[in-house]
Design a protein around this ligand. Structure first.
Ligand SMILES: Cc1ncc(COP(=O)(O)O)c(C=O)c1O
Length: 445
């Protein structure tokens, strides 16, 4: 679509094809071009595009009751979705947990920040408000979510609008911020939370927020197995709530319903978005653990927060239909084999002189590109390597999600791959072939 469209685009300097249809892992544009969606758009599309059951469920709900404000009514699809999410969550959530349904990941982050603050007020611990987080992270685009995010590029224009609540080191073994190696590092990156709390005092700290696997900003950086437990212990010791941002990793993307389940972690709050609606509806949620719920029940009873469209019946119907589809087709179980075939197809790329590594967990994968493979020197950001590779892969009919800044916030190029869980072996090979052609094209010039 040209920039003459009435829409305010993401980028006035880019042209966008018009998407008219979706079929499984494919998006079809108005000009008939078919694109293999290797990034699930942005780690959203888990069950695939164009599943008719989802549309039918949404239409049925819309013709029954499309909207009833949550200050006056509950609705059945929202209550049902909440119960089903708790059933998938770590065990502690099943005994007294609740779910706050919203319309996307950023709203989930905002809600979690405010839940953490009000939790401490309900407990009489009034000074606690700061939500600490990590550099090189992304938690959403609203101001609260950006305050906790650590993505330099996305924060830069808005710095004057954001307070600094404390960002600690990322957990990124491929490029350790302390220049150490696991396990000799003794998890210095986790201990950075302890250090920061000791330096600043923990008396006003409300929570720590982190992505179990860092998606957009680090390109699928997976922590060592004992990282999460160390973080949880530090939070407990200093009286902070622990919030896992599972907007990208939740609903099966890493091979478990929630990524924290890989490490047996029981956070106080889990935020979800993206895959919960599978792309069919704007939907997000905060799973609220029992001790937070109990504080509200015992205390004021009322959360000083709310969105007009929270727990929207049609969006919740979409969420239920997506979950039905995931369960009926046992799609959580498809993640590991689909990931194995995608990793196998991508393996030859790892010997490319400009590919630093392919990393990730389940169907959340990152490919990092470097100028010098031995020294791991990144490209100059102005070369826009990730964007060029995205463009070249798109010319080959494959959609990827490019990003810059994995080295230090501005340098470092990577692509994120997060295809639907139904990806076939042949589609995995098509992705690898398109990327190999794209690399040849970009690096021959
Ligand atoms: C980890 C994480 N948290 C939060 C968000 C924000 O979600 P949304 O774009 O739906 O507001 C994103 C979006 O990319 C994300 O990756």
């Amino acid at each position: 679509m040209t920039t003459r469209s009435a829409l305010f685009p993401r980028n006035f300097k880019k042209d966008y094809p018009v998407a008219v249809r979706g079929e499984g892992c494919w998006i079809i544009a108005a000009d008939g071009q078919r694109y293999l969606d290797a990034a699930g758009q942005a780690a959203v599309v888990n069950i695939g595009h164009g599943v008719p059951e989802i549309g039918r469920a949404m239409a049925a709900q819309a013709s029954q009751i499309a909207f009833a404000h949550t200050s006056q009514f509950h609705n059945e699809p929202a209550a049902r979705l909440a119960a089903r999410l708790l059933a998938l969550a770590p065990p502690s959530f099943r005994n007294g947990g609740r779910v706050y349904l919203v319309s996307g990941g950023s709203e989930a982050t905002e809600t979690a920040i405010k839940l953490a603050r009000q939790y401490h007020l309900e407990c009489g611990d009034t000074p606690r408000y700061r939500v600490l987080s990590r550099r090189q992270s992304y938690h959403g685009s609203t101001l609260g979510a950006m305050t906790v995010s650590g993505n330099v590029g996305r924060r830069l224009p808005y710095l004057p609008l954001m307070p600094e609540w404390g960002h600690i080191a990322p957990c990124f073994c491929s490029r350790c911020p302390f220049d150490l190696r696991y396990p000799d590092c003794h998890l210095a990156c986790a201990d950075d939370l302890d250090t920061r709390l000791r330096e600043t005092g923990a008396h006003d700290a409300a929570a720590f927020l982190f992505e179990p696997v860092v998606g957009a900003t680090l390109g699928a950086a997976v922590p060592p197995a004992d990282y999460a437990a160390r973080i949880a212990e530090i939070c407990r010791r200093h009286g902070l709530l622990l919030i896992a941002d599972e907007v990208m990793t939740g609903l099966g993307r890493t091979g478990k319903p929630f990524a924290v389940e890989h490490w047996g972690l029981e956070p106080d709050l889990i935020t979800v978005g993206k895959g919960i609606g599978g792309g069919y509806a704007p939907l997000g949620a905060v799973l609220v653990g029992p001790r937070v719920v109990a504080a509200f029940e015992r205390g004021s009873g009322a959360f000083a927060h709310g969105f007009t469209y929270q727990a929207h019946p049609v969006a919740a119907a979409a969420g239920n239909a997506v979950l039905d589809y995931l369960e009926t087709h046992r799609l959580f179980d498809r993640v590991a084999p689909a990931a194995a075939s995608l990793r196998a197809a991508l393996a030859p790329l790892e010997s490319h002189p400009h590919v630093a590594e392919v990393r990730g967990l389940g169907l959340l994968l990152g490919i990092e590109f470097v100028r010098d493979k031995v020294a791991r020197t990144p490209f100059d950001p102005s070369a826009a390597i990730a964007e060029k590779i995205r463009r070249a892969a798109m010319d080959e009919g494959v959609l990827t999600y490019p990003s810059q800044g994995c080295v230090d916030g501005s340098r470092g190029d990577h692509l994120l791959l997060a295809p639907p869980f139904i990806l076939s072996g042949e589609e995995a090979r098509t992705i690898a072939h398109a990327l190999s052609t794209a690399l040849a094209r970009v690096f021959s010039t």
